[in-house]
Ligand binder design. Structure first.
Ligand code: 1GP
Length: 225
């Protein structure tokens, strides 16, 4: 299954505990894919451990490759993020180059560049990338257009990690780059928030709520079915 048809993705953090019954429930949930990634304490060891628990589960497994050292063979898909509004060049182009230098031989057709627009100033990812998060809708659109129309990134990711974002901003980005595959992540905690954002993007990504309110996490899948 190609990522273009994914509507719902659970993002699993290799550095956070998830027991077997919870993992089994996520596998049965009806989600379209698992995206493995995180900002804190993610390394090859815990990424591989999580991969091993999911291998062969029948749901596509994708790696969000934000740490070059975290690359594991065998994923169905590799996403390489570039943070378009990062404050340091390394997160725009730097880490990605190192990933190709070391692991380019692992990437075949199933590697996709993903242009992130990071918008929650309190998120760890905003701190790490020194993202310029205080963007007007017009500027966010300009980042999306630069990423998609100039840099030709097939996929964009509006990243509000940890908080529910501006529906208006997401709507406007959608209109500005209708051909881009648009991911949205941030603060989706249940049926209603999933339904609202899913109306405007191709794929919603659900992360923290898995660890905070498991029933809420499962309800986000129901919103798309
Ligand atoms: C994080 O966009 C994802 O990278 C999901 O965000 O954890 O807030 O659901 P949440």
């Amino acid at each position: 299954m190609d990522f273009q048809s994914w509507r719902h993705v659970f993002k699993l953090d290799p550095n956070k505990p998830l027991d077997d019954s919870a993992l089994a429930a996520l596998i049965r949930s009806g989600t379209d894919a698992f995206l493995i990634g995180g900002t804190d304490g993610v390394d090859a060891e815990n990424t591989f451990a999580l991969y091993t628990r999911l291998e062969g589960c029948g749901i596509p497994l994708a790696l969000e490759m934000s740490h070059p050292e975290q690359v594991i063979r065998g994923f169905d898909h590799y996403f390489i993020p570039t943070v378009l509004n990062a404050g340091t060049v390394d997160w725009v182009i730097g880490h990605q180059t190192r990933a190709f230098e070391r692991y380019g031989h692992l990437f075949h057709a199933d590697v996709t560049g993903q242009g992130y627009i990071v918008l929650n100033p309190d998120a760890k990812v905003a701190h790490v990338t020194e993202a310029k998060t205080d963007l007007s809708i017009e500027t966010a659109i300009a980042y999306a257009e630069t990423g998609h129309r100039l840099f030709r990134l097939p996929s964009l990711y509006v990243e509000y990690s940890g908080t529910f974002g501006s529906v208006e901003l997401v709507q406007e980005v959608r209109l500005a780059v209708p051909d881009a595959h648009l991911f949205y992540g941030g603060g989706i905690t249940g049926y209603e928030s999933a339904r609202v954002m899913a109306e405007h993007v191709n794929t919603i990504v659900v992360g923290n709520v898995i660890y905070d309110n498991f029933e809420g996490a499962l309800a986000t899948v129901a919103a798309l079915r």
